[in-house]
Design a protein around this ligand. Structure first.
Ligand code: NAD
Ligand code: ZN
Length: 353
């Protein structure tokens, strides 16, 4: 679990006083990994005090994080920094936050980040790391995973060392998010809840968080009485609770298939989940109906036919990536999932998207 969290509109102003006590010494900087959408936002950047050797690295979230990107960042930091950094601060969406988590743990664990994709493979705690979400939905701010694409698969670094030591939840930071992206990333949260609540791994702990996040999502997307600020506040809390829900259970069919889309076609996570979920009546009928209601209400358009002209080789790779995610299928279908989920079934599903 994340050990410290602050919430509130404007709470980002506390960042300097929150992190300063964690400074190891003057040679050990804080390094900020910030989504480059904020690069020209001088108002925002000026709220960060860079002291001693502290510096900012702007991150493009055009593509989702890769193991090679993490390895390069870690190498750059080691070359540029005189001492182990005092902390890594990730500011942005799931992309910037997962990069920050990965860099933090790879500064203290040997080898390539690809060696740690999986469950509980890290040997040492990372350096102090702080997460500041600027878009709501992934739950990356609270989860024990940092999702990366490697040379063979898209899989997280899942470990007790991965979660942030500190999170700052300031809903005001989500003000500039574009409408479609707002919806796609928020639906990541909705889908986390659906997959957690309907899975075999569900338990009272996960259920309490999942139910809360699910109803917050419905409130945000279907209740006309909420003003914009309330929507931003509630969605940020939905993201947190949805992340908590899957931290102690697991995701399911939509995520397994979405990982395939992302790995082969580079479809971003939130959008990929939406494209997949739209076709999952067989598994989550009631929730797919809710999802379609939200899509219609907010006039969101989803791309169609994205797998229509791909090669058989690409299709096979997508199916490989999806089928490799054993825990997701066990959660969604059960231990005997291979008798239900066949390659040809997945092929048909992908071709519908
Ligand atoms: P993202 O971080 O990729 O950002 C999406 C877009 O929103 C980008 O263009 C970004 O620049 C923009 N953006 C972010 N904040 C903004 C703001 N305040 N104003 C304007 N634009 C803003 O999107 P995401 O959906 O948050 O994250 C997706 C990533 O998260 C994927 O890599 C996925 O694998 C990962 N993920 C991680 C977890 C986890 O538990 N670690 C869970 C789900 C998804
Ligand atoms: Zn997700």
């Amino acid at each position: 679990m994340v050990s410290r969290v602050v919430f509130g509109r404007g709470s980002f102003n506390q960042i300097n006083e929150i992190i300063e006590p964690k400074r190891l010494n003057e040679r050990a900087p804080f390094i900020y990994l910030i989504d480059d959408v904020f690069k020209s936002n001088t108002n925002f950047i000026s709220r960060i005090s860079l002291l001693y050797d502290d510096y900012i690295i702007f991150i493009s979230s055009e593509e989702e994080p890769k193991t090679t990107q993490v390895d390069t960042l870690v190498e750059e930091i080691i070359l540029k920094t005189k001492a182990t950094p005092s902390g890594i601060i990730g500011i942005g969406g799931g992309t910037a936050m997962d990069l920050a988590k990965s860099v933090s743990v790879m500064l203290t664990n040997n080898g390539s980040s690809e060696e740690y994709q999986g469950w509980d493979l890290l040997k040492c705690p990372g350096v102090y790391h702080v997460g500041v979400p600027t878009i709501s939905g992934t739950g990356a701010e609270v989860s024990r995973t940092a999702v990366l694409s490697g040379s063979k698969l898209k899989l997280g670094i899942n470990s007790d060392f991965t979660p942030f030591d500190q999170v700052i939840l300031d809903p005001e930071l989500t003000c500039g998010v574009e409408k479609n992206q707002w919806f796609y990333t928020a639906m990541d949260c909705f889908i986390h809840c659906v997959e957690s609540l309907n899975g075999n791994f569900i338990n009272s702990f996960s259920k309490s968080y999942g139910k809360m996040a699910y109803s917050l999502c419905l409130d945000v997307f279907l209740n006309d009485d909420l003003n914009l600020e309330e929507k931003q506040n509630k969605l940020m809390m939905a993201s947190w609770h949805g992340g908590m829900s899957i931290a102690y259970s697991q995701v399911g069919v939509a995520h397994a298939l979405s990982y395939g889309l992302s790995y082969v076609l580079g479809v971003r996570h939130g959008l990929g989940n939406c494209v997949v979920f739209n076709h999952l009546e067989e598994f989550y009928a009631k929730d797919v109906a809710q999802f379609k209601q939200m899509i219609d209400k907010h006039q969101i358009s989803l791309p169609k036919g994205i797998c229509k002209s791909i090669s058989q080789q690409q299709l096979d790779k997508m199916i490989d990536v999806a089928m490799n995610l054993n825990p997701l299928w066990e959660n969604a279908i059960g231990e005997d999932w291979k008798s239900v989920i066949t390659r040809s079934k997945l092929e048909k599903l992908y071709l519908k998207m």
